[in-house]
Design a protein around this ligand. Structure first.
Ligand code: SAH
Ligand code: DHB
Ligand code: MG
Length: 219
């Protein structure tokens, strides 16, 4: 099989998905030693499609890194739209805030520093049922907690996308020491049994290997 990373590059080249500003975001992140675990260009465009297709104006992201996916989501919003992205690492949050400013999105996008579960608890109290679209992409062991909090934060008809729920198939029988696979396997079990949502999981292959994303619609 042709290297999936080469195919991701082919897709980005062929569809003209390269963007000088987003390329800079990735370059700065690599220079500062951040892990290269941002979504691909095509995945970012897919998130924009989903976000726009339901007319989202208020978007929540869990796991900012350098702001690559946050900038794409913020760009999918109309004037007056709002994106909140949660990040626990101060260096990541600082770089993302810089990148968001550089992108001219400071009025739309805000990085909130701190453990996401704590920030989300506060938001569940202060602004329940207020988001149209959520992208979950932080620590995998907390996905079950994020699920519950995000359902409370979403209006009916909202979409929730959760990255990395296949983990090369390790979710089928996770080794107890693999907390990421244990967390995402539990998340997958929960979404299959929750009457408040409709759920699907799509496998992906690409620059980051074999993984998958969960798509949830809040009823
Ligand atoms: N969505 C980003 C990639 C996120 S990588 C993109 O595609 O561009 C995952 C991020 O989640 C990392 O920056 C990591 O520091 C952050 N993270 C890990 N645990 C967290 C927690 N408990 N709360 C908030 N953020 C967390
Ligand atoms: C990892 C995290 C991600 O969000 C991702 O998309 C790929 C890998 C990781 O922590 O290894
Ligand atoms: Mg991810």
């Amino acid at each position: 099989m042709t290297d999936p990373a080469a195919i991701d590059a082919y897709i980005a080249d062929t569809l003209g998905l390269h963007d000088p500003l987003l390329d800079d975001v990735n370059r700065r992140a690599a220079e500062r030693g951040l892990p290269e675990i941002q979504v691909s260009a095509a995945y970012g465009r897919f998130l924009q499609f989903l976000c726009r297709s339901i007319g989202s104006t208020r978007v929540l992201e869990i796991g900012t890194l350098a702001g690559y996916s946050a900038i794409q989501l913020a760009r999918a919003l109309p004037t007056g739209g709002e994106l909140i992205t949660l990040e626990v690492d101060p260096a990541h949050a600082a770089l993302a805030t810089e990148n968001i400013r550089e992108a001219g999105l400071a009025d739309i996008a805000t990085v909130l520093l701190g453990p996401a579960s704590e920030t989300l608890d506060g938001m569940v109290t202060s602004r329940p049922a207020s988001f149209d679209f959520v992208f979950i992409d932080a620590d995998k062991e907390s996905y079950p907690d994020y699920l519950e909090q995000c359902i409370k934060l979403c209006r009916p008809g909202a979409l929730i996308v959760a990255d990395n729920v296949v983990r090369g198939g390790r979710v089928i029988a996770p080794s107890p020491s693999d907390v990421s696979a244990v967390g995402t396997a539990e998340f997958n079990r929960l979404i299959g049994a929750d009457p408040r949502i409709e759920a699907s999981i799509i496998q992906t292959v690409g620059q980051k290997g074999h993984d998958g994303l969960a798509l949830l619609r809040v009823l």
